[in-house]
Write a new protein. Structure first.
Length: 380
């Protein structure tokens, strides 16, 4: 059972882990606190960029930098099972054992095959007491487990299924319209809702849109208005290579690379270039049964390339195609207090849901954002 101090220190470690959002991909977001059972904190840390130090090593370094007279006999509270394999960095279990840590409290086991309980066993073989919050049925412990899962939902989903967690964003009026009849859509939702949307972009491994949205709105598809360490890579689905060389997303100063997927044989009329020296990658995808690009193949491909969270901001046709292919794990919907009546649907779909069946989606949460309402839906 977790003690009140364990619960508090795991909360502190989760706060540390949040600092790894937009930094550690494709590695998980992990936080660590090292301290004594009397309440003293010796050091804290979070995962750095891939290939950099992990949370446990950062916390040990912080303890040394602050003059802590050794961590022998201390406890480490960490949000994910410490790694026990040699990747780009040495095992964190070795670092904890060498430092003389006496106890490790873990929020989640790591399902990555090279870890998956082996880190826990290695610590125990070294005589270290290990407590796993997942095994504590107390509501306070399970709330921490849920929070730790949410923080790494993309990583955990990719490790378990081989594909990224797909989050699709919609901005719509209360009656389901994404644009006026003439196609104007800027702006249905408030500035606060748009800022909130950038926070979700910032945590994505890749941001994706379609050529229809590019031609209609000429979006940048980058993260703005937030302090970030990296811009997520961007993907454009463009079956017939219609992306103009002047598209704004190709010319964002300091922007990330752009990958344009077309069907085989489709070549751009003008070479796609970046004014800021970034890269534009041209790749192909097979055509799916509906005549568009094969979305399941795309999602599997991105999973193979270690994309944890795929953030889809697309028009009604492409968003509907993701829905019909059963690829959306979560909807991020911003509802504006407007009733547009005539207008363009936020979602075009060939699929139908029988009203006699239970709803396939459940409301994960909802919250007011400015004048709008943000609702997240997930599969039941």
């Amino acid at each position: 059972m977790l003690s009140p101090l364990d619960l508090q220190r795991l909360r502190d470690a989760l706060c540390q882990a949040e600092n790894a959002i937009g930094l550690s991909d494709p590695n998980p977001r992990v936080g660590c606190v090292i301290g004594h059972r009397d309440g003293r904190v010796l050091g804290v840390g979070h995962s750095q960029q891939a290939g950099g130090p992990h949370a446990e090593v950062m916390a040990l370094r912080a303890a040394a930098a602050h003059g802590a007279s050794g961590v022998s006999g201390a406890t480490a509270w960490v949000t994910l099972e410490p790694c026990c394999h040699h990747g780009r960095t040495p095992p964190c279990t070795d670092a904890l054992i060498a430092a003389g840590i006496a106890k490790v409290v873990i929020a989640l086991r790591d399902p990555y095959p090279a870890v998956d309980g082996q880190g826990i066993e290695q610590l125990r073989r070294a005589g270290i007491e290990v407590v796993v919050a997942e095994l504590d049925p107390a509501p306070e412990a399970q709330a921490l487990v849920t929070a730790a899962t949410e923080l790494n939902i993309g990583f955990l989903h990719r490790v378990r299924t081989g594909r990224p967690w797909v989050r699709a964003k919609l901005a719509t009026s209360m009656d389901g319209r994404a644009a006026l009849p003439d196609g104007r859509s800027q702006w249905i939702t408030s500035e606060a809702a748009r800022a909130d949307g950038h926070a979700w972009r910032a945590r994505a491994g890749t941001v994706l849109t379609g050529i229809g949205s590019v031609l209609a709105d000429d979006p940048r598809m980058d993260v703005r208005g937030r302090a970030i360490r990296r811009q997520p890579p961007r993907v454009v689905l463009d079956s017939d290579a219609r992306l103009p060389a002047s598209a704004r997303l190709l010319h964002v100063e300091g922007g990330s690379d752009v990958t344009v997927f077309t069907k085989p044989g489709a070549n751009p009329l003008n070479p796609w270039q970046r004014r800021d020296g970034g890269l534009v990658h041209h790749r192909t995808l097979p055509v799916g049964p509906s005549g568009g690009l094969d979305l399941p193949t795309l999602v599997r491909l991105l999973g193979d390339e270690h994309v944890n969270e795929l953030h889809v901001e697309a028009g009604p046709t492409l968003s509907g195609a993701f829905r019909d292919a059963g690829l959306v794990d979560e909807w991020l919907i911003y509802l504006a207090p407007r009733l547009l009546g005539q207008g363009r649907n936020a979602l075009m779909s060939m699929g139908e849901e029988a009203l006699s069946d239970p709803p396939p989606w459940r409301i994960q949460d909802s919250a007011p954002v400015g004048n709008d309402l943000r609702v997240r839906l997930r599969r039941r």
